[in-house]
Design a protein around this ligand. Structure first.
Ligand code: PMP
Length: 355
């Protein structure tokens, strides 16, 4: 979905890295996050300031190979090394399907996936992941566990104005961001954490050091350039507007096509959202999430039903809820998105012929 914007940006977003450059492991040997490229750190701060979606003052920035690596770094950093049993990790269902898989893939003695935060009632400390806007359903979220002893981790991958109104600057202890969902550069594998507590930040840095001895400098330099172009698109918009104007407009258009297709089919429902006032885009609008969280009214197995109609989705069961739900990406290329809504809108016709 973002390709058209970057094609239009052309050479403004090109960087050249000669063979002799960026050869060392180190980026800034004296600083807490010694593998963080200073140019990239500077663009992160500038971007958050201009968008107004997160507080960067009194925060340490930790860069990661995607926010996926930072998620693991956070689990490592927050788990006591000498605990008798693993720390519970929870998130309210429907939750991002990778959380349980990543948390338990190494069967760590430090932490363990403990499922839906709403039904969590175990004694002792725990980590609650708060994903806002949420993947898969797009709702803005706050913590739900109603007891003390929890450490909150805010995954703010989608807290950008193309997906949801920016109501205020997020000001949490641990916040995760990624270029995958902000600029569209998922393949660059770059994410960043804004971390208040110095000890937590140091342990996250230690994890990345043990795991990959830092983060690709080439990717960080490219990410710095990409963020620089995004910032200048906000300051000096071209005919497409800023990256956020461009992508917010596309998302609005796509959601209106999707809702029309769902109405026409009569077989599904979608989440409903209330509008909010966005301080960055200076207008009020309802969330237009990166995923459609579709509920089948008649079928138990929505994924199977849609597959038989040539639409590939991810079943609700991976997100901790019923298979009556599925998640569908709203960020594909135009041609695939149009094909998807076309197929969805005519399902009832094929369905009525089959039954
Ligand atoms: N958190 C959430 C909520 C996500 O949806 C995703 C991407 N699907 C990630 C983290 C991972 O992002 P990255 O590509 O930076 O590893």
């Amino acid at each position: 979905m973002y390709e058209r914007f970057w094609q239009q940006a052309g050479d403004k977003s090109t960087i050249v890295i000669p063979g002799w450059q960026s050869m060392s492991y180190f980026s800034d040997a004296g600083s807490l996050c010694w593998f963080l490229e200073p140019d990239f750190a500077q663009e992160i701060i500038r971007l958050h300031k201009i968008v107004g979606n997160a507080v960067t003052e009194d925060r340490h920035i930790v860069v990661g190979t995607g926010s996926t690596q930072l998620y693991q770094a956070v689990l490592y950093a927050l788990s006591p090394q000498d605990a008798v049993e693993p720390l519970s990790v929870v998130s309210a269902a429907p939750y991002y399907s990778s959380y349980p898989l990543i948390t338990d893939c190494l069967k760590s003695g430090l932490y363990k996936w403990a499922g839906d935060a709403r039904s969590f009632n175990k004694e002792g400390p725990f980590i609650e992941l708060v994903t806002s806007p949420n993947n898969p359903d797009g709702y803005a979220r706050q913590s739900v566990v109603n007891k003390s002893g929890g450490i909150l981790v805010h995954d703010l991958a989608y807290y950008w104005p193309q997906y949801t109104p920016i109501i205020s600057a997020a000001n949490h202890d641990i916040m995760l961001f990624t270029v995958s969902k902000s600029t569209g550069h998922a393949g660059m594998r770059i994410g960043w954490a804004l971390v208040k507590d110095e000890e937590v930040a140091k342990k996250m840095v230690k994890f990345v050091e043990l795991n990959t001895i830092g983060v690709s400098k080439d990717s960080q330099l490219r990410a710095a350039k990409v963020l620089q172009v995004v910032i200048s698109s906000c300051q000096y918009p071209t005919s497409l507007g800023s990256l956020f104007d461009f992508s917010a407009h596309l998302m609005e258009e796509r959601w209106s096509l999707l809702r029309a297709a769902v109405r026409q089919s009569g077989l599904f429902t979608l989440p409903e959202f209330s509008p909010g006032s966005c301080s960055f885009l200076n207008r009020s609008f309802a969330p237009q999430p990166a995923f459609a969280w579709l509920k089948c009214q008649l079928m138990e197995d929505c994924e199977g039903f849609l597959r038989s109609n040539n639409i590939l989705t991810r079943s609700g069961k991976h997100f901790g809820v019923s298979p009556q739900y599925v998640r569908i990406s709203m960020l594909d290329r135009d041609e695939n998105f149009y094909l998807f809504v076309e197929r969805l809108s005519t399902i009832h016709l094929r369905h009525s012929i089959q039954v």
